[in-house]
Design a binder for this molecule. Structure first.
Ligand code: MG
Length: 160
């Protein structure tokens, strides 16, 4: 019998001047970047929470507290690799992940394939098991006013 477990993750960060915009480990040219203790990569953070959620291992804040100087400015793809290791050490494999980025600007379509490649490599799964989509917020709320970018992720893991 295969033991399947699903998890969901969400993250949002504020956009600010003078920061690089890093999404799924890829630097996207933009006038602003996401503010945070690490590189504020909402895609990686949402995926970390989806994987941790699937294994019922708490959340990213439990494992990588933003008060911990070791994670200051850190490249969040590394956090994703660390989370994968936790999940794998518990005997799970990743089946697939699906992510939606919520961003009014910039247009992300031309970066999606590179982002999928980075995530697939970090998660040690084929690229056809990594889905990534980008949606605007129809100019509504903080995301629609270009004050923030968010990401929602689901992950399916299994143990045979
Ligand atoms: Mg975050």
């Amino acid at each position: 019998m295969v033991d399947f477990r699903i998890g969901i993750g969400y993250d949002i960060h504020r956009l600010a001047e003078g920061r690089k915009l890093i999404l799924a480990g890829v630097e996207v040219p933009h006038t602003q970047g996401l503010q945070g203790h690490s590189d504020a990569d909402v895609v990686c953070h949402a995926l970390c929470d989806a994987l941790l959620g699937a294994a019922a291992f708490g959340d990213i804040g439990t494992h990588f507290p933003d008060t911990d100087e070791r994670y200051a400015g850190s490249y969040s793809v590394k956090l994703l690799c660390d989370v994968l290791e936790l999940v794998k050490n518990a005997g799970y494999e990743v089946s697939n992940v699906d992510v939606t980025i919520h961003a009014e600007r910039p247009k992300l379509q031309s970066y999606i394939s590179e982002m999928r490649r980075v995530l697939a490599e970090a998660l040690q799964i084929p690229i056809d098991r990594v889905s990534l989509k980008a949606k605007t917020n129809e100019k509504m709320d903080a995301i629609g006013r270009c004050e923030a970018i968010a990401a929602t992720a689901v992950a399916l893991i299994y143990k045979s």
